[in-house]
Design a protein around this ligand. Sequence first.
Ligand code: H79
Length: 566
Amino acid sequence: MLVEEQTKATERIKWWQEAKFGMFIHWGLYATLAKGEWVMAASKIPVKEYEQFATQFNPKEFNAKEWVGVAKRAGMKYIVITAKHHDGFAMYHSKVEKFNIVDATPFGRDPMKELAEECQKQGIKLCFYYSHVIDWHHPHSVHEYYNNTWDYNLEEKAFYNYWHNLAKPQIQELLTQYGDIGLLWFDTAGGLSKKDSKELVEFVRSFQPNCLINSRVSHWPNIGDYQSKGDNEIPMYGEDSGPWETPMTLNQSWGYSDRDQVWKTPESIIRKMVNIVSKGGNLLLNVGPTAEGIIPEKSVEVLEQAGEWIERNGEAIYGTNASPFPYELEWGAVTIKPSRMYLHVNNEKWSDQLKLFGLKNKVVKAYLLADSERRNLPITQSYTESIDHHVLGIDLPKDAPDQYISIIVLELEGNAQVDDQFMQQVSGSVNLDLVHAETAVEKNEKTAKWDFKITQPGAFDVVLVNFKKINTVWEDHYHEEVKVHIAGQELKTIPQEDQLIKDSPACQYPYSEVHSILGRVHLYDSGNNSLTLTCNKIQEKSFGTEIWQAEAVKLRSIKLVPVGKK
Ligand code: H79
């Protein structure tokens, strides 16, 4: 990219990177069936039959002011709403296709117009989701996998008939009828050529040069302004160098489902958001309103409770940068601003003293974000040259001052600088993420190698961390031995499902986090060490996002856990 273009791109995305938290809204004709947004394909409902649902779609309770109010109270800074999902039904007044909420329903209002006005009033950026490739209503849309073959014959489809006569004109409408649009959120681009993807980006820019475009505009890498992670995917520390976002469900569905009552708690939302923001990303959290036009009560309740925490702690969230540490911290997470570091401490890890390894700056002042008087917390800082080791200790009051997560502010001399090599944490654990390993393939063996620093030698359990998709049979995936080499010792074992981690901050439905204890090793000396893992689940970095949920088991990291400590 040219320097000038790069500067423009950086400027364009600034508001979004500062925003951190947005509301996703999946609302469409499918709400009338209350079985999620895939119901048309899942039940192979014929187009003629599906069109009939529009004659009963009358969301009289829809109230733009209330919806935008919910987003505001939750602390969200932008809204991304489905202007058209895969069912092809336009939730706005489209002049190019009658299959839309104004022309095809008794409702007759344009909710996008009402939302645009209300967002303007309440200071929230309005953004549209538009299903640009999948369209089960149109006879000529062609996707790599998900096509309407129950009404139409795949061989008779002429993609450009759809592309030029529906997709592009509708995208133009969305960019010209509703004022400034913050972002166009495209999805499932499978099969779209690189040329068409690039032309679409140019097409969007020709109407609104500042409108952001997510990476799912294309299945080719590096097109768009930021990386959309897979649905419900949270990456590892340092996995993404550019801007990125996790789209996430509040229960287990996107579009309204009357059967799904598995709601995340406010605490879980806060933890996931802090985890995401500390990795430099945005959270786009979904609600699925009903056919009456109501955001489910339970969603509103959870969002408002989470919003109260965010309101108190916004200084440590909005406009921050990612943690400079390349690994999960055992007590929570870190965000930074110029000359500042915020320590987000999980309340169950609250103790008399918090210790942090590896911060090189002098700490000028430490205080609780919850303390309006900013009283000094006593600190100690030390440096041991022989092992190049920085230690910060902060004395804490007896009780954690906030709900769920309490924040300590560190005012630093200069911008945060940390020892960015892998090292043992205060509890003695070492967390090694796959993204930072040196990987190699030799004679059909895949290996990953990490270097790290030990300051407290001893005995350690070696723990393999995987994410496992629901309904996966573990043994189908791990039936070969994995090997670990460390300090002249070797472990060889077939990983088992030893521990299931409930509500990990980085893992959620349809995955769960599984820990496998591979065996025990002894590290006798302080200093530098290395670990080599041999395992057929080691993967090259993948750039695809839509295929996130294609794999049943994903290897994430390996941990050394000191024996006798948890
Ligand atoms: O809009 C939401 C999803 O509808 C959309 N992305 C989020 C933001 C999405 N479109 N396609 N996919 C996700 C991937 C397809 C997944 C599938 Fe399935 C697995 C299709 C059929 C099996 C999910 C599970 C949908 C139906 C069952």
